[in-house]
Design a binder for this molecule. Structure first.
Ligand SMILES: Nc1ncnc2c1ncn2[C@@H]1O[C@H](COP(=O)(O)OP(=O)(O)OP(=O)(O)O)[C@@H](O)[C@H]1O
Ligand SMILES: [Mg+2]
Length: 399
């Protein structure tokens, strides 16, 4: 068991000062680009198992750059599964003290635990990432091993069943069909040993869809991106948890940019499936998606905002009893994501011209601009009615 209760950060990357507390389940960190979301995940990841993320001293920061993390864990969750003695931890990581003689960062006080999994943004791009290049190699082969009656064991059966269920949970008309080894034997004698190993360790998943049985790689990128996260979580947690069901995993999962490459409809679905897949985990994720935070509960949203822009002090915005469930996507984009305007520049200019025409009582001009706005707006947009009301006095003048 691992829980992170809070973190405070001083002088790391773009952050000069920040303090956050986390809840036990979902934590969805959102806010402007560059505010420091990834930095928060990097500091958390760097606190464990000498797993150092991209943490640097803030170039403007005068004092001692450091972060402090607090939480609870099993006393010996790294070594044994027998006695579970809970303890709290509070660990301070001072950046200057961590440099070794080669200038590399070494966290001598990193907390040892098996209960944390980090899905960085690299999951889809970086070849070194454990879950990455990846679906075609690592995860498909992992599915094969778990499915094969010789390689697999009873212990693995439960997670294998859950992994297969993920396919249809994402889309009820899509079902896992089979997974077959790519290597059929024979002609690989000519291959070099590394090539042979790679070939032998490759498998292909096939999926039943309304249009027939197709290889996994032919599915939509959104579907594959979701499965990369879901099956990635199962495969990353199973060895360290002694092949217990992933649904019992009670550690921490870090996910940077949860919504990466996903259509809004998939984003909400992914959250729903994660709640089913890892109901006992603490998830700390960053997101740019107003759709995700709109459906989240109040305590799950961590909306970051600059408190004092001149010193980059960042605080947590409060979001009210019902979270952002009554806010429109537009309001979330403007107020939480820091988008100054959700309309295009062209639209703003015409709206501006329209307002000027109204102020100058230029009826014909106002009508002309209104016609343009009318044809630009979404068919159901309420702004049309408002603008029409604003034009009413001018029409009276005309009469
Ligand atoms: N050493 C440093 N000193 C000062 N600022 C830095 C330093 N390193 C990075 N930054 C700044 O930190 C910010 C990046 O922070 P981070 O990646 O955590 O943001 P983010 O919220 O994840 O952004 P995004 O939404 O784009 O993913 C950038 O604005 C960058 O200019
Ligand atoms: Mg980021």
């Amino acid at each position: 068991m691992l829980r992170i209760n809070s973190i405070s950060i001083n002088g790391i990357n773009g952050i000069e000062k920040l303090g956050l507390s986390f809840n036990d389940g979902f934590n969805l960190i959102c806010g402007n680009n560059g505010i420091g979301k990834t930095t928060i995940l990097d500091c958390i990841a760097s606190s464990f198992n000498r797993n150092s993320g991209e943490v640097r001293k803030n170039v403007k920061f005068k004092g001692e750059a450091h972060w402090t993390i607090e939480g609870d864990m099993d006393d010996n969750s790294f070594i044994s599964h027998t006695s579970r003695v809970e303890k709290s931890f509070k660990e301070k990581f001072n950046l200057e003290e961590q440099l070794d003689t080669n200038g590399r960062i070494r966290y001598h006080n990193a907390i040892r635990t098996k209960d944390i999994v980090n899905f960085s943004i690299a999951r889809t791009t970086n070849r070194r990432s454990k879950v990455a290049p990846s679906f075609s190699s690592h995860i498909q082969y992992w599915m094969y091993k778990n499915d094969d009656s010789i390689l697999s064991s009873v212990k693995r059966a439960e997670n294998s069943r859950i992994a297969k269920e993920c396919f249809s949970r994402l889309n009820p008309v899509t079902q896992f069909s089979k997974v077959v080894l790519r290597y059929e034997g024979g002609e690989d004698d000519k291959l070099s040993p590394p090539e042979r190993i790679r070939k032998r360790n490759s498998a292909d998943i096939y999926v039943n869809t309304p249009t027939g049985e197709i290889p996994f790689d032919f599915l939509s990128s959104g579907y594959r991106a979701c499965l990369t996260i879901l099956l990635g979580i199962i495969s990353q947690t199973e060895v360290t948890s002694g092949y217990k069901s992933v649904q019992l995993f009670d550690g921490v999962i870090l996910i940077d940019e949860l919504d990466l490459h996903l259509h809004p409809a998939w984003q909400a679905k992914l959250i729903e499936i994660l709640r089913w897949l890892i109901p006992n985990a603490q998830i700390i994720a960053t997101t740019h998606s107003p759709h995700i935070i709109q459906v989240a509960k109040q305590e799950e949203v961590i909306a970051l905002a600059y408190q004092k822009p001149e010193v980059n002090e960042i605080s947590q915005k409060s979001v009210g009893e019902y979270g952002l469930q009554g806010w429109t996507i537009e309001e979330i984009l403007q107020d939480i994501m820091g988008m100054e305007d959700v309309h295009s520049q062209k639209f703003k200019e015409i709206l501006d011209d329209f307002s000027k025409a109204l102020t100058n009582l230029e009826t014909q001009k106002a009508e002309d601009y209104y016609k343009i706005i009318d044809s630009m707006l979404h068919p159901e947009n309420h702004l049309r009615k408002l603008l029409k009301l604003q034009m009413a006095p001018l029409e009276k003048i005309k009469k």
